[in-house]
Design a protein around this ligand. Structure first.
Ligand code: GLU
Length: 258
């Protein structure tokens, strides 16, 4: 069993991350597995080295030890190019000139599909998603069915600024790192069908198991977010709390008390 903790260095760790880390390291401990640490800094505009450093420091302070070297997505350009190459060769990737304001709603209406735009700088890159249902059994939430072509249309894998998208790099890294169990908050449940579709397309034969656990909510309708600075681990540390007390607090808000 090999799982991963995969924060984006776009803010400091908050209690929601600690709850996720408790699920990840808890499952690894129970199953005799290991945890890899992957810094998801694919968004070069939003990621910051100071958040990256602070995340490593806070994890060490909390006692979450990962296995092997830290993997950073921004260092994996050649790997992502190579993973996409067979899809380009099969004619499954096309250039897209649509801007955010051209798009309405969640689903991309495949506007640029037949325009034959090159995969040039300044264009987004999309992978064709034909209709079809992806089925999987979530370890926590049970059987699921998602049709990514209905949910999101043809999937953006690289944006107009040259950033790889989360969906693509997560699927590639989970495959190439041999991740057997993806354990994360249930806000990402809807991404799973598209990541499975990508996994098949890039040649993964055995998909990982997925575990989507409940999120820590600020109120019944608002989830915690690191960008609004809610319950940052830094603040809790600065207030003099011990790491054991922060872990207890996370167990409590995450309903992980046994
Ligand atoms: N980088 C993602 C996040 O911080 C994690 C996604 C995942 O676990 O697949 O939300």
């Amino acid at each position: 069993m090999l799982t991963r903790f995969a924060p984006a260095p776009t803010g400091f760790l908050h209690l929601g991350h600690v709850v996720n880390a408790l699920h990840v390291w808890g499952a690894a401990r129970e199953q005799g597995g290991s945890v890899l640490l992957r810094i998801e800094d694919h968004d070069r505009q939003r990621s910051r080295p100071e958040y990256d450093a602070a995340i490593l420091e806070d994890l060490a302070w909390l006692g979450f030890a990962h296995h092997g070297p830290v993997v950073r997505q921004r260092e994996r350009e050649a790997i992502y190019q190579e993973a996409l190459r067979p899809l380009i060769d099969r004619g499954l990737v096309y250039g897209c000139r649509c801007t955010r304001s051209d798009l309405q709603g969640e689903r991309y209406p495949n506007t640029c599909r037949e325009r034959c735009l090159p995969l040039a700088d300044g264009a987004g890159w999309r992978v064709r998603f034909e209709p079809g249902v992806e089925r999987f059994v979530d370890t926590i939430k049970g059987p699921q069915e998602q049709d990514p072509s209905e949910q999101c249309g043809d999937l953006l894998v690289r944006d107009r600024l040259g950033n790889w998208t989360y969906q693509f790099v997560a699927a590639v890294d989970d495959h190439l790192q041999g991740i057997t169990d993806v354990i994360r908050g249930e806000d990402l449940l809807a991404s799973t069908g598209r990541q499975l579709r990508l996994a098949w397309l890039i040649g993964r034969r055995t998909p990982p198991r997925f575990w989507h656990h409940p999120l820590v909510m600020k109120s019944p309708t608002q989830k915690l977010s690191k960008s609004d600075g809610d319950t940052g681990i830094r603040e809790l540390r600065a207030s003099g709390m011990s790491s054991a007390a922060v872990l207890d607090m996370a167990r409590k808000v995450g309903n992980l008390l046994t």
